[in-house]
Design a protein around this ligand. Structure first.
Ligand code: CO8
Length: 269
């Protein structure tokens, strides 16, 4: 993998986990155009590596650098200098990144260590699930700027927490703390410290790394593609995905290992 030349994203591998830290603490890690283009490069690399059996990474953790913030949103100072067309292009480029994160064959965990506001909350929701430290807070404060969410928040917040709560949060721009984020189901798990949160995210990826990479990739792909479907269409999609998984070598190995009472040897295909 070639992660050279990234200035705003710090990439560290720890066993099967790739930890991506958005690192512009002086601007609370706001998603400047430079950060967005670095995310484009990152996802391109991750798409190319995919589930390559020779690459040890089995999951990605996204977190924020510094003491205060995960990501405090789009870069408001940069946005202020944009024409409406430039702002549209900026919004669409980060929207594309969020879609590509959702389509990666690897699980992606947001480890929210502080402010996850606007584009920061939207980045977290483009991850498969969210862990949070006690300092985390969430919100879509675009109304305070006379704006609306632009990196997917209008869609994904409704999916994550339901239409009523999503509308209340977006119409008020209110910031919520971890206990409320847990209660409404935005956050899976909360931790007393950032270190505990990152350790738990790495442990979850290590747990997932014990499973067949193809099965995990198939499950992620199927669950993302069926999220908008009716129950009937979702069941058809699930049947298609199950049929595809049933043909993989890993599935044959998993079933044989169970019957032979041994640990499976995954091949990633
Ligand atoms: N963009 C740029 N700079 C920022 C941002 C941001 N989003 N947030 C904070 N900063 C900067 C501040 O300007 C400040 O810089 P400086 O020290 O040079 O003055 C530095 O970070 C520290 O910030 P504060 O002094 O404000 O720190 P506080 O602890 O007092 O406050 C807050 C922290 C509450 C997070 C506050 O900074 C804040 O409200 N930030 C803005 C949060 C926000 O509104 N986010 C949403 C932005 S809009 C968005 O994300 C829409 C995405 C879709 C765009 C689509 C385009 C079409």
């Amino acid at each position: 993998m070639d992660f050279s030349g990234l200035e705003n994203l710090v990439i560290e591998q720890d066993g099967p986990a790739l930890v991506v830290t958005v690192n512009r603490p002086a601007a609370l890690n706001a998603l400047s155009q430079a950060v967005v283009s670095e995310f484009e490069r990152l996802v391109t690399q991750l798409e190319m590596a995919g589930t390559d059996a020779k690459w040890p990474v089995r999951g990605v953790i996204i977190t924020g650098g510094g003491e205060k913030s995960f990501v405090a949103g789009a870069d408001i100072a940069e946005m202020n200098a944009m024409s409406p067309d430039q702002a549209l292009a900026y919004g669409q480029s980060m929207q594309a990144v969020t879609l590509r994160l959702e389509r990666l064959p690897l699980p992606v965990i947001a480890a929210v260590n502080g402010f996850a506001l606007g584009g920061g909350c939207e980045l977290a929701m483009a991850c498969d699930f969210i862990y949070a430290s006690e300092r985390a807070s969430f919100g879509q404060p675009e109304v305070n700027l006379g704006l609306v969410p632009g990196f997917g928040g209008s869609v994904r917040l409704q999916q994550r927490v339901g239409v009523g709560i999503a509308r209340e949060l977006i119409f008020t721009g209110r910031r919520i703390k971890v206990d409320e984020a847990l209660r409404i189901g935005l956050v899976n798990r909360a931790f007393g410290s950032v270190e505990e949160m990152l350790d738990a995210a790495k442990a979850t990826i290590a747990e997932i790394a014990e499973k067949s990479p193809t099965a995990v990739a198939n499950a992620k792909s199927a669950m993302h593609s069926m999220i908008h479907l009716s129950v009937e269409d979702g069941l058809a999609e699930e049947a298609r995905s199950f049929y595809q998984a049933f043909h993989t070598e890993d599935s044959k190995e998993g079933r044989a290992a169970f019957i032979e009472k041994r640990s499976p040897q995954w091949r990633g295909r």
